[in-house]
Design a binder for this molecule. Structure first.
Ligand SMILES: [Zn+2]
Ligand SMILES: [Zn+2]
Length: 587
């Protein structure tokens, strides 16, 4: 959990219309509605209207079908799923009723995203009639708030929610609403909270006129893509500042969560994006040297001289050492999945020995054979992989990007066996449509085999930027030929991510990890990279930058579509509205 509670109004916030009006109009009861409205409060009138509809032979099934057709902006469901994936506690506070809300949310497949629905009770009675009762029984115990309609004071609901997290002082509320009934709760929000009023709607108007009464920060929104972008920017920024605060005293915890390097990927123009995850943070080929960080023994570096360049300057190596040490002090320890397995299985010495004699990919295959001969089983390797450390914000970020409709793919120099094992263990395997990596499989003897992605003995990929077994740039080129009009977001850290960054176009985004080899290469060769470059340093920054990029790209695309008409369709204000008590406009 992120410690963020997001409270949504339902009508005209989640769905694009007022659910009562929708049901009434779609069931052809508008005349009856207009007739009843002047005679009693809204909530009681809806109950009466349901009784009339029942007498006319309308069934619960008819009402459900109408609710399942309710108009909703296409970015609302992805935004809700992403907020949920990011660990927010989502709740509804609405003056509609439980029957409508449960029906619509279940139909949209997002019921389980919400921990709580605060609304008027709505249920089917013995006769098969929908009953709608008030949230507060206003005849017996009036809520006493002069701003709210008799049946529900949303401010009281917010106070109740706040009272449940008194002890956790860092809980934040983000409140989204449009109606006059959302003004009272906005007055209950504190300084660390956020109010998101829908622009040009009653609550926005009330807030504009009574600005000094609202203590929280205010972020207005106009439509679904606006809501998505602003809400997710707020959430990711909050998480990122929370994490920074906790970094101060949480160093030891951070040291535990090593792994990480994840990078993500790209967005198709229309709606999707792709995310690439790299599994190899710290092993890289730099100017002919292989630099390996052993996470167990702290900053222990090995460098392996490849055949080509024997003259790597010691200055360069020192700089790398410095960068890595700096990194170590300030952020998370990342690890390389190959090194992790080798160290955890106690084969570090053998590994160091083999590494001087052959390329990395071949070493790993050889290593697995040696481990097999020593009696280590596939189960042992799996256990080690399942303990692989990962920054706590990386999985939420991946789930959120997936929820937003992005097409996520992995492009890695690790191997299929490691990646599948880890992704399945983390419960995010299904978020990825494609894994491009070195083949890794268990042979008939029960031995893990790791082969090169390109068979460099029989075929050379011909790219001099990349290691012999894999050119990631070639894979990006292959992906690009299959995409139409899609934006790529590429996340990576290693020197092997430089070649693909050169293949990206002006429409794409490159997210290099700061102070890592690909970042350095991009800094030095800025003129060669056409994509928009956004650096990141650790898991929470990755999450914030990635989600903000995705929502910005989506909202740019959506803006092309002219939806002014749709806004005009949202009848709202002009239509008969809830009967609200007088002192609505605060004195
Ligand atoms: Zn109230
Ligand atoms: Zn290449």
């Amino acid at each position: 959990m992120s410690g963020i509670v997001v409270v949504f109004d339902f009508d005209k916030t989640i769905i694009d219309i007022d659910s009562d009006n929708w049901v009434v109009d779609e069931l052809g009861a508008t005349d009856l509605f207009n007739q009843l409205l002047p005679t009693m409060p809204w909530n009681s009138m809806m109950d009466k209207l349901m009784e009339e509809l029942h007498l006319q032979g309308k069934t619960i099934e008819d009402i459900k079908q109408v609710l399942n057709r309710v108009p909703i902006h296409p970015r609302i469901v992805p935004a809700i799923k992403a907020a949920h994936a990011l660990g927010c506690d989502l709740r509804i506070v609405s003056d509609a009723n439980t029957f409508y809300i449960e029906t619509v949310l279940s139909h949209l497949g997002i019921r389980e995203c919400f921990s709580e629905i605060n609304t008027n009770p709505g249920f089917v009675d013995d006769e098969g009639k929908l009953r709608i009762l008030p949230y507060h029984d206003f005849l017996r115990s009036p809520h006493g708030c002069s701003l709210c309609p008799p049946n529900m004071c949303k401010g009281k609901v917010i106070e109740r929610i706040q009272s449940t997290f008194k002890n956790e002082k860092d809980k934040r509320i983000i409140y989204l609403g449009d109606g006059a009934g959302d003004f009272c709760p906005s007055l209950k929000l504190g300084k660390g909270d956020y109010m998101m009023p829908r622009k040009d709607f009653p609550v926005w108007d009330l807030i504009c006129k009574n600005r000094e009464l609202v203590k929280s920060e205010i972020h207005e929104w106009t439509n679904g893509e606006d809501l998505e972008r602003i809400l997710l920017h707020l959430i990711t920024s909050l998480i990122s500042t929370e994490d920074m605060k906790s970094n101060i005293d949480n160093t030891s915890q951070l040291f535990d969560c090593k792994f990480e390097t994840i990078a993500l990927g790209a967005l198709p123009k229309p709606l999707y994006c792709m995310v690439f995850v790299c599994f190899h943070p710290f092993h890289d080929l730099i100017d002919g040297y292989m630099v390996i960080i052993d996470p167990i023994k702290r900053l222990h570096m090995l460098y392996y001289l490849l055949q080509k360049k024997r003259d790597m300057s010691s200055k360069r190596l020192h700089m790398l050492c410095y960068l890595l040490q700096k990194k170590k002090r300030y952020t998370i320890i990342d690890i390389d999945s190959d090194n992790w397995v080798v160290d955890e299985l106690g084969a570090t010495d053998m590994f160091n020995q083999l590494l001087t004699t052959m390329p990395w990919n071949t070493v790993m295959d050889k290593m697995m054979n040696e481990l097999y001969l020593q009696g280590k089983s596939i189960g042992d390797i799996e256990d080690v992989l399942k303990r692989v450390p990962i920054h706590p914000r990386v999985v939420p970020a991946i789930k959120a990007a997936y929820a937003l409709g992005c097409d996520l793919r992995v492009l890695s120099d690790a191997n299929l066996f490691y990646i599948e094992t880890i992704l399945k263990h983390l419960g995010i395997r299904e978020c990825f449509s494609e894994i491009n990596t070195n083949p890794g499989f268990v042979d008939e003897e029960g031995k893990l085999r790791i082969l090169p992605y390109h068979d460099f003995h029989t075929f050379s990929h011909g790219c001099n930027l990349c290691p012999p077994n894999m050119c990631k740039g070639k894979i990006i080129e292959r992906i690009q030929t299959t995409l139409e009009n899609k934006t790529i977001i590429y996340l990576g850290d290693g020197a092997g991510d430089f070649c693909p960054s050169l293949k990206l176009t002006k429409e794409d985004y490159m997210m290099p990890r700061k102070d890592f080899p690909v970042w350095e290469l991009i800094c030095k060769n800025g003129d060669l990279v056409q994509a928009d470059v956004h650096e990141w340093a650790d898991g929470e920054e990755l999450e914030r930058v990635l989600i903000q990029l995705i929502t910005t790209i989506i909202s740019m695309d959506e803006n092309v579509v002219d939806n002014t008409n749709q806004l005009f369709d949202c009848k709202f204000e002009t239509i008969g509205h809830k009967v609200l008590p007088k002192p609505l406009y605060v004195p």
